[in-house]
Design a protein around this ligand. Sequence first.
Ligand SMILES: C[S@@+](CC[C@H](N)C(=O)[O-])C[C@H]1O[C@@H](n2cnc3c(N)ncnc32)[C@H](O)[C@@H]1O
Length: 342
Amino acid sequence: MKKLCLGVPRKKAQGALMTIRENKLLSPDIEIVEEDGIVYIPLNVSGPEDLSKTISALGMTAIKDLAPLHRPPKSYKDLLDLPPDLQEELPSSFDVIGDVCIIKLPSTLMEYAGRIGNAILGANRSLKKVAMDGGVKGEFRLRDLTVIAGDKNLETVHIENNVRLKLDPSLVYFSPRLSSERLRISSLAGKGRVLDMFCGVGPFALTVARHSEANEIVGIDLNPDCIRYFNTNISINSVEDRVNAILGDARDIAPTLGSFDRIIMNLPHSSLDFLESALQCIHEGTIHMYSITEGSSIMEEISRIDSILKRSGRDHSISFIKEVHQYSPTSHMMVFDLSVTA
Ligand SMILES: C[S@@+](CC[C@H](N)C(=O)[O-])C[C@H]1O[C@@H](n2cnc3c(N)ncnc32)[C@H](O)[C@@H]1O
């Protein structure tokens, strides 16, 4: 694009640019270029005669062929041009795990999935792959993922709370939405033993190791891929002396590991079924139990917890309840901190 510019020696360019800006004469959205020690600043005027004396004293005018300034789009939506009713259905947010974007699309947008994936990559330079989320399923809580743009291999490294987590989200469960919850648990843990009964690739266990003085942290998971990545992550984060990974069923393994001061139970659809096993390995301490509850059923969940604890003959109180995040339009993921004594 041919543009009238002011050519200024490099040493004077910064000051000249300030003056041009103050006089509102800078042409927006056009690149500033340098050639042979002269910086050419594009001007927002129709001819040299429009320049004030202050500006023309800074250098000489020239007509240059300049490129439009490259500004990254504000949102991936700016890179798409779908029919207006569909454009409105584009999701406003998505999860990011390392360099992988995970997005839920309504059925009406399925045929545009590839274009949507490429737009997300175009608007977010740090992302390399986009996968469509078909929901979490089965005992291992695996996400049904279909790659819609970028590299098909979904293995990545996610960093949160100064902890590095290597994982493939199609082989293991991982949610980046719990990072502040993991930090909360770490802030409560003192010296002592911590058990994560459903540890996945180790985000809770490794955050506790990084941010607390806990002497020993043990994580159990039924999914061999989780334990493989957890062992890798133990070594990436250099905490081999304090963190151990065990493959197997928490119901059988937990009661064989001795007594813990703190137990994390993040299997939100069925944590209650494992509460009795957890009680077998805590003498006095805290259980952090995660649970999915429909809006009105929080009181029912509290009474279910109470009755299991009463049946076990243990003194207890529910010391903290919080909504961790919304799970569906009608349900929430809650955390219940249970203080248990002998
Ligand atoms: C919701 S994920 C939580 C993973 C991890 N705590 C996190 O925050 O990323 C639940 C995990 O429990 C594991 N799991 C399911 N049943 C189990 C059992 N009986 N014993 C041990 N782990 C189990 C699954 O394989 C899955 O990795």
